[in-house]
Design a protein around this ligand. Sequence first.
Ligand SMILES: Nc1ncnc2c1ncn2[C@@H]1O[C@H](COP(=O)(O)OP(=O)(O)O)[C@@H](O)[C@H]1O
Ligand SMILES: [Mg+2]
Ligand SMILES: [Zn+2]
Length: 488
Amino acid sequence: MAYIVFARKWRPRSFGEVVGQEHIVSTLCRAIETDRVAHAYIFTGTRGVGKTTIARILARALNCEKGPTPTPCGECSACKDILSGMGFDVMEIDGASNNGVDDIRELRENIGYSSMAGKHRVVVIDEVHMLTKSAFNAFLKTLEEPPPNVIFILATTEPDKIPATIHSRCQRYDFRRVSAERIAAHLAKICEAEGVAFEKAALTLVARKAEGSVRDSLSLLDQVCSFCGSDLSEKGVREVLGLVGTDVYRGLMKNIREKDQAPALEVVQKALFDGYDLHEFIAGLQEHLRNLLFARIPGALEVRGVDLDADEAKVFADEAKDFAEPDLMRMSEIIKKAQYELKRSAYPQFLVEIMVLKLLYLDSSASVEQLLKFAKEHRGGDVKKKVELTQEPPPRSVTTVETATRRPNVDEQAPVKTGVNTEKTDRQTPPKTDTGTKNTPADALVAEAAVCRPLAAAAQNANINKDIEKEPIIQVLLNIFDGEPLNQ
Ligand SMILES: Nc1ncnc2c1ncn2[C@@H]1O[C@H](COP(=O)(O)OP(=O)(O)O)[C@@H](O)[C@H]1O
Ligand SMILES: [Mg+2]
Ligand SMILES: [Zn+2]
């Protein structure tokens, strides 16, 4: 017998087998039980989440010889016919290719004649948003008063394109994307039934890649099985799906932590050389950061959505010790921005390289304790020395900061080179040009920030603004500095 792909072979036959969509299944079951099935529905939702499947199950539920019942027998001829999608009781029309007035007229005539006594006929119009305006108009009357026992199901991925006049004649059910966790569990069940051995992480990867679509996950599973045979390893799946390995990201994070530029850039080069897609590369890095972040929050790894094995979780927990949450969040922002820009970049590789460098140059956020400690030591000490003494590595960025208002002793120095944070601090302070005005405490602090990277980070975190004096942490700092000039 010809091979049947998993997506077809494993189409749910009853409401009980549907994964997710409980809100829809339970409403429909109650409607069937109480004989309140509407004559027109809009099923919206992304591809492969069960729209056609549920339409077919509904047809079975209504036409089963033992029905109408929410649990059709699956044995009688009505049930069998509907399952194959060939029966008279279900009519599936592709709205994209039958989108004109004439098609709708023809449909109207067909269903008018064909609804047989006692039988329900479920007419599914797929991609219904593709109908032309006049086709929709021609359809209105039929939809309002359809022939007896005809139920229309208008399936669409773009409900906003359906006119309001159609909407108001239908009940609308929004199908949700299915969580990766549930998809992975579904895949595990199928693998067991098919005699396919698997690593849990392998199925998790497939489930994630499917982005909430069960059909996509099954198609991917087919593909992965053809490559790996009946033993699915995480490594094999990564290879088939073109996903960069965790070890690569782990290495990159190490480079970032240690500010090793060349090896970090090499990771990007190698990914490209190995034929990986840069979008995938960045998405994987984002996912890696997410795991690190969750690993730092007690109990969060067990939270739904980060489905790692205990061993993997432990590795992430170890790795995460080297990163603070605020830093991970700021890194994630940088990656997100690159992800967005990558779509329209003419030179994607360079964009990703810049992203990696930005991650490298990112200062670690100073904690309040570090900051206070620094401030205390700093007072009366040697500024340059103290800057070097903090755990911050020497600045690599070469932005020359032109803080407009500074204390003279800072101002007269050679241009101060600072890291990325300071740029932001600068921007947040209104530029001033005269040199004679009295410095406000905020100005003074910005001036300090220009020399002192931890302060810059803190100022940024404190969201420096006109009311800066009101920030409790800044008040403490100002007390410590007490308006004294910094020694050099
Ligand atoms: N909610 C679901 N539960 C279980 N399998 C599903 C679900 N949604 C989709 N599938 C699988 O994907 C295939 C296609 O689903 P279908 O209902 O045709 O998607 P669509 O929403 O695009 O109409 C089904 O044959 C089934 O194998
Ligand atoms: Mg469909
Ligand atoms: Zn039946």
